[in-house]
Ligand binder design. Structure first.
Ligand code: DX5
Ligand code: ZN
Length: 220
């Protein structure tokens, strides 16, 4: 089984030293950076928006994976595309017009993702999955870093892997929220792990990263 790519969530970074934080993470060899955009409406928290994303773009050389936890995502696709997103992921629960959003994101030449809240079944993606570059399965209810992984998301992941292979799709599967050295083995078949607090708040980030890199391997 291939090791999942690791995209740290900058939500747990020190925003007063963002450029340094980006540099440290990139030097540790992470494959991309996950940027959590929260509007205080779709989720009960407000994070950061366009000017901060533009700054991240200036300081980062990695793919920017922009997770839009916002209501009416269609209003902001162009702005986030221009601010430097490489992947634009919106929530299934935030729009009745997923297909229109996918087309809108494609106009700007960006990769398209759809995120599912923990209680949203993967089967809702049956028709649209082949059109997507990425599906983000939330391991927690979106809104905050540092929450506990919801175990049933591991079963959703298996069902999504099966659905993808049944449809012959090549969509990347990302799991976001609650991933640590302990929970990572439960989601070993994902392609991307978004890791926030367990990596960024650790005193020894390189040690955590090293153990995450091995967490997909069988233990026996
Ligand atoms: C949650 C965000 C996640 C979060 C992950 O709403 O979408 O990206 O920052 O943080 P941890 O890894 O601490 O759960
Ligand atoms: Zn996220």
């Amino acid at each position: 089984m291939k090791a999942p790519l690791i995209f740290p969530s900058l939500l747990s970074a020190d925003f007063g030293r963002l450029a340094e934080e980006i540099n440290t993470l990139e030097n540790l060899g992470v494959e991309g950076l996950h940027c959590d955009i929260m509007d205080g409406v779709f989720v009960p928290n407000i994070s950061f928006g366009l000017p901060v994303l533009e700054a991240i773009r200036r300081y980062s050389t990695k793919p920017l994976d922009v997770h839009l936890m916002i209501q009416h995502p269609e209003r902001y696709i162009e702005a986030f595309a221009r601010a430097g997103a490489d992947i634009l992921t919106f929530h299934w629960e935030a729009t009745p017009h997923a297909d229109r959003l996918v087309q809108q994101i494609r106009i700007f030449g960006k990769k398209v993702g759809i995120a599912l809240n923990p209680a949203t079944p993967v089967e809702v993606l049956r028709e649209i999955l082949p059109e997507l570059d990425l599906v983000c399965l939330m391991g927690v209810n979106p809104g905050f870093g540092g929450q506990t992984f919801i175990p049933y998301v591991a079963h959703k992941l298996q069902r999504l892997v099966e659905l993808r292979s049944f449809l012959g799709a090549h969509t990347f599967i990302e799991v976001d929220g609650g991933i640590s050295q302990d929970t990572a083995p439960l989601v070993a078949s994902a392609d991307i792990w978004v890791v926030g607090s367990s990596l960024l708040n650790a005193p020894e980030r390189s040690a955590v990263l090293q153990s995450l890199r091995k967490a997909h391997l069988p233990t026996t």
